[in-house]
Design a protein around this ligand. Structure first.
Ligand SMILES: [Zn+2]
Length: 164
């Protein structure tokens, strides 16, 4: 996927570029290609980036350690400031009261692939759970089996010997 040269957006109709996405992203293991729409709009002082994408990823369940498929869905809009580095450094000392989190040079490139990767990474579940049929950790004792400290276990063994 090619990066977008930001000044180029000023020359396209409505200063908006819509890209249909169907690609595997580097460093992101997905079963299906990442599919959807990426839209980048030039709003003079900022870019408005909208994505509606999805992919199926194979994850490992935290509990039973089995692989399972998970549908990643991203529907998001992010605003990215356009300003030169010197300006952005000056602004960073001020208190930020807006939600414009990133900054790009107005004559630079928007790295669409890296941006999509970031969005999909954020969409990964924090707790991976294969679902309701999850068998859980089979090695752990069941709830009704008391966990016996090994020192007490040897005492108990001694006690049963003495009682015989
Ligand atoms: Zn599981």
């Amino acid at each position: 996927m090619e990066s977008i040269y930001i000044p180029h957006l000023l020359a396209v109709p409505e200063k908006t570029l819509s890209i249909s996405v169907e690609a595997f992203l580097p460093n992101l293991e997905t079963l299906t290609p990442v599919r959807g729409i990426l839209q980048v709009k030039h709003c003079t002082t900022y870019l408005e980036v909208t994505a509606k994408i999805e992919a199926i990823a194979t994850l490992v369940c935290d509990r039973c350690l089995q692989n399972y498929n998970h549908r990643l869905r991203v529907e998001t809009t992010e605003l990215i400031w356009l300003e030169e580095e010197a300006e952005s450094l000056a602004r960073e000392r001020e208190v930020r009261i807006d939600d414009l989190s990133e900054t790009l040079s107005p004559t630079g490139h928007f790295q669409s692939e890296a941006w999509l990767y970031e969005q999909l990474s954020l969409a990964m579940p924090l707790q991976k759970n294969c679902g309701e049929q999850c068998q859980g950790m089979t090695q752990l004792p069941k709830d009704n089996e008391p966990i016996i400290d090994s020192r007490w276990a040897s005492l108990a063994a001694l006690k049963s010997v003495l009682e015989e």
